[in-house]
Design a protein around this ligand. Structure first.
Ligand SMILES: NC(=O)c1ccc[n+]([C@@H]2O[C@H](COP(=O)([O-])OP(=O)(O)OC[C@H]3O[C@@H](n4cnc5c(N)ncnc54)[C@H](OP(=O)(O)O)[C@@H]3O)[C@@H](O)[C@H]2O)c1
Length: 270
């Protein structure tokens, strides 16, 4: 299939899900644009260095791509990073930074593409959320809560823009092997009250990510679903995670919280 007139924009194009998804679109013949903060180049990808929190510059960038291509068909929102730490001891500026990049960055670029998608009466927007939105993870409260906010944003947006041929999909991946762990900011304060539990939760998180899905697998699911004529509103990625998300609908929240507590091995430690 040759799609050499269709235009895709990918945030966080230099690594992980963003890069793996960019490669699939490129290999299928789409014209792929994208950015990350650090300079990054790869054959067949139109890349630039841009911080997603430079909202004004992002708006200009979208305008420039549209003026050049006369269309923007797909937006894949993948830029993001993680933070860990207790709610009590996480600095408010770091919490704001997480929301500025992962939530407001996504909201801003999504707002920017809508008028152009509307002009062509076609558009597909992917939001990379996480199972952490469905199962709020202890010591990752701000990561979980910004992803939950993104899920609500995506679902409301889907209804707003439906008359204009634009559809939005919230992708809910489980753990996967990317540079995410390396780029995660772990709150480095002495936390005697939480120390053991933070360590346990970090160890479990790392273990899950290391034996997690490949970024190529996640990208394949993103590509397959976002290019459907009728993309799903929400797509969980990873067999065991699909099962967990299904169970979440059946059990009371108190039970889910109990299971999360056990899963992270907290019951015997402070
Ligand atoms: N890996 C997982 O297990 C997992 C699971 C569920 C959901 N997710 C979500 O998937 C998305 C992609 O994560 P990943 O695992 O692919 O991580 P990754 O390998 O660390 O890639 C993150 C990408 O985002 C870019 N980025 C970070 N901050 C940015 C900023 N301020 N402006 C522009 N670009 C920025 C990074 O490049 P620069 O550093 O050069 O800017 C990089 O290209 C994230 O939203 C993450 O929350 C990941």
């Amino acid at each position: 299939m040759v799609n050499n007139d269709k235009v895709v924009i990918i945030t966080g194009i230099s690594s992980g899900f963003g890069l793996a998804t960019a490669r699939i679109f490129r290999d299928k013949g789409y014209r792929v644009y994208g950015f990350a903060r650090k300079p990054f180049t790869e054959e067949g990808l139109f890349t630039t260095s841009l911080d997603i929190t430079n909202y004004k510059r992002v708006d200009e960038y979208i305008k420039e791509v549209y003026e050049k291509e006369k269309r923007i068909d797909y937006l894949i929102n993948s830029a993001g990073f993680g933070i860990t730490g207790s709610i009590e001891n996480t600095d408010i500026d770091l919490i704001k930074k997480q929301f500025e990049v992962n939530y407001f960055g996504t909201v801003n670029i999504t707002k920017a593409v809508i008028p152009y998608m509307r002009a062509n009466n076609f558009g597909r927007i992917a939001i990379i959320s996480s199972v952490a939105a469905v199962f709020p993870i202890p010591f990752q409260a701000f990561y979980s809560s910004h992803k939950a906010a993104l899920n609500s944003f995506g679902e409301a947006l889907n209804i707003e823009v439906k008359p204009f041929g634009i559809k939005v999909t919230n992708f809910i991946p489980g753990d996967a092997k990317t540079n995410f762990d390396k780029n995660r900011i772990n709150t480095k304060v002495n936390e005697p009250a939480y120390k053991d539990r933070i360590e346990k939760s970090l160890t479990k998180m790392r273990k899950d990510e290391l034996k997690g899905m490949s970024k190529e697998y996640v990208a394949k699911v993103i590509y397959k679903n976002i290019t459907k004529k009728r993309p799903p509103l929400r797509k969980t990625i990873g067999k065991s995670y699909k099962f967990l998300v299904f169970l979440e609908r059946l059990f009371p929240r108190k039970f889910i919280n109990f299971v999360l507590d056990k899963m992270y091995g907290f019951s015997k430690t402070k």
